[in-house]
Design a protein around this ligand. Structure first.
Ligand code: ADP
Length: 630
């Protein structure tokens, strides 16, 4: 098989797989928002059927006009047609509003489906670059190339509309074949021959089959350009708006960066430009495929006109029925042909749906036990790392090696060491964001993997270095809930050194932490944010408080204030504390010194400083010298 053909086949799923993956996508949307699918179903059936009502009634009016011309019957028919049309149009407008709202919402629904998956994933997977690559690819295909998960709803609408039109069209056109040409028509009685039924239906099937083949071929050319489409939209998203980005306006002027935009926005070879992929294909293959597809439809309509008019001429039916048959079959042929087109397009699209499910099916690997944690004796808890070694998933290199340590509840434990020595990784293992590659971590003698995962997470309150606050109110940020205990929030903020700033805020704990959700919102400084993050750990009231560089963004005064009240802040909880400023570890009972992934020393400041060959001594004097030289 040629390479080209092989590549094509790789992207095209079988009909069975297409059906499976599309149905699954529909079910997923239904699971998230049943009302959306019901409204789509109702609106689609409604809009597919109403044209046939119009065709039927218009035919009756024409029939009357060209036949009996009874004024009373005509008046009733016209009034009924007008009244029904008004009613149908009213119902249509009312449901269209709902339909449009639901349709707009689909974009967010798709985003929510992927966001929910990320929220349910093991942290180790969330931290994995391969997972992020998959997510970004899906977002980009969906936003920039029209290859989204939600496109399945459009296919659903189109297929349903096609099927309903088949029923509507069939019921209005079946009498075309059953009404007989009278014997008086002479040779034209041949039109009564059932062969004509076979001929017309055969032609309808041939056209509806052949015509979409070419449209689907054209769509496949679009699908092939999805990567380029995607990249070009991303490039345009950047270069197209370069002039509007206030933050880089100075650089653009200093370095005349607008020439970069010209290259990307004005080049005729660009994907969307006059010599680009889509323009070339539209002038060439895509245009030709669409033309061939239209020729088939025109031939079919021509044959239908000939057949219907001949039968009418021969006296099988009147003018009203001619209108009914011609309109119905034209509509039907258009609908059936687009039904086949959509089926082909759905098949072209199925590979993109599958990509979505490849992402949504990523399996969590972490073992989740169900043992409850006995919280009656928190003061006597003990944590132990038993010969723990760890390497990040997908990496060959160990970042922690044979870590053996023990510490008890109520202790203040400092973790020090140079950058990259493994301190944060140690904390991530302790909080079970990752599991050790070798060895085990025990809480009160039991492997932490055996505990109920959510319950285990609940015993830690952490301020990570790259902590994240949301744009919600101060109180909601600290409590992580919509409703919160205001007095407790204020108390935690005061303990975290935010008391004075809180008094200056007219809306107090109801102050939004950004102007994006409220114009009264306040943008906090780095140091203020760090205090808020510290208050958040206190509000959670977990037995273990972990602080990773908790004072890095604080000014020296604020830092000194926090340390002077550290015991008051932490109360009887266990505090684990990572810091580069060794002077701030002095108040800790125990200090762990990390070096190249191993714990090289453990002890109090006074004992560690005695060991002049030790790492702690080296780090301490390196910093002291720095401050002295200053
Ligand atoms: P520290 O907190 O002491 O600065 P870390 O625990 O953050 O050190 O990092 C220890 C080592 O692990 C470093 O070499 C770092 O590059 C590596 N590392 C950290 N995070 C990841 C990750 N998600 N994937 C792969 N390697 C990582």
């Amino acid at each position: 098989m040629s390479e080209k053909k092989e590549q094509k086949n790789n992207n095209l799923l079988s009909w069975k797989e297409t059906w499976k993956v599309s149905l699954r996508a529909l079910k997923l949307f239904y699971h998230y928002r049943p009302s959306m699918l019901w409204i789509h179903t109702f609106y689609t059936i409604y809009t597919a059927l109403t044209p046939f009502v119009g065709i039927f009634l218009s035919a009756r009016i024409i029939e009357e006009l060209s036949g009996n011309k009874d004024p009373h019957r005509l008046t009733v028919l016209v009034l009924f047609t007008l009244g029904l049309s008004a009613l149908l149009s009213l119902i249509g407008s009312l449901t269209r509003r709902h339909f449009k709202v639901e349709d707009q919402f689909l974009y967010w629904l798709e985003r929510q489906i992927r966001a929910d998956k990320m929220l349910r994933m093991d942290y180790a997977l969330v931290d994995d670059t391969k997972v992020h690559e998959k997510l970004n690819t899906l977002d980009q295909y969906s936003d920039n190339a029209g290859r989204s998960l939600r496109r399945v709803i459009w296919f659903y609408d189109m297929i349903l509309s096609g099927i309903i039109s088949l029923f509507g069209g069939f019921s209005l056109s079946v009498s075309l074949f059953t009404s007989k040409v009278p014997e008086s028509a002479g040779g034209l009685t041949a039109l009564n021959n059932p062969l004509f039924i076979v001929l017309i239906i055969g032609l309808l099937l041939a056209v509806t089959y052949l015509s979409p083949i070419f449209v689907v071929k054209a769509d496949a050319i679009w699908a092939k350009g999805a990567n380029d489409h995607n990249l070009s939209n991303r490039l345009f998203g950047f270069y197209g708006f370069l002039g509007a980005k206030a933050k880089i306006a100075e650089d653009i002027r200093m370095y005349c960066q607008e020439t970069l935009c010209e290259k990307h926005n004005k080049s005729k070879e660009g994907t969307f430009h006059s010599n680009g992929y889509y323009a070339r294909q539209s002038r060439g293959a895509i245009g030709i495929y669409y033309m061939i597809s239209s020729i088939f439809s025109v031939i079919f309509i021509g044959v239908v006109y000939l057949f219907v008019c001949s039968k009418a001429w021969a006296g099988a039916f009147g003018l009203g029925m001619v209108t009914q048959y011609i309109s119905t079959i034209s509509k039907l042929s258009g609908k059936v042909s687009s039904l086949f087109q959509v089926l082909g397009q759905a098949r072209n699209h199925a590979a993109f749906l599958k990509m979505n499910f490849d992402f949504l099916d990523i399996k969590n690997i972490m073992y989740h036990g169900n043992l409850p944690i006995d919280k009656t004796d928190v003061k006597n808890w003990q944590i132990e790392f038993q010969d723990v070694s760890f390497r990040y998933p997908g990496s060959e290199q160990y970042v922690l090696r044979h870590v053996n340590i023990k510490f008890h509840a109520g202790e203040r434990l400092a973790v020090v060491g140079q950058n990259g020595s493994g301190k944060t990784t140690f904390i991530k293992l302790l909080c079970r964001l990752y599991d050790p590659t070798e060895g085990a971590i025990l809480l009160n003698g039991t492997d932490i993997r055996k505990y109920d995962y959510q319950e285990y997470l609940s015993i830690f309150s952490v301020v990570f270095q790259d902590f994240c606050l949301t744009n919600y109110t101060l109180g909601q940020n600290i409590s992580a809930r919509e409703e919160y205990d205001r007095v407790l929030v204020e108390d935690c903020l005061k303990k975290a050194g935010f008391g004075e700033r809180l008094n200056e805020l007219p809306l107090g704990t109801e102050t939004y932490l950004s102007k994006s959700l409220s114009k009264e919102g306040v943008d906090m400084s780095g140091g203020e944010k760090q205090k808020i993050a510290l208050a958040r750990t206190l509000y959670k009231n977990a037995p273990f408080i972990i602080l990773d560089e908790p004072t890095a963004a604080l000014d020296p005064m604020a830092e000194a204030e926090i340390y002077s009240r550290f015991n008051e802040i932490i109360e009887d909880k266990t505090a684990i504390y990572i810091s580069h400023r060794l002077s701030s570890c002095r108040f800790c009972d125990d200090i762990l010194v990390f070096h190249k992934g191993a714990v090289v020393q453990q002890g109090s400041h006074d004992s560690l400083i005695q060991d002049s060959a030790g790492k702690y001594h080296e780090l301490w004097f390196a910093q002291a010298q720095y401050y002295t030289n200053k």
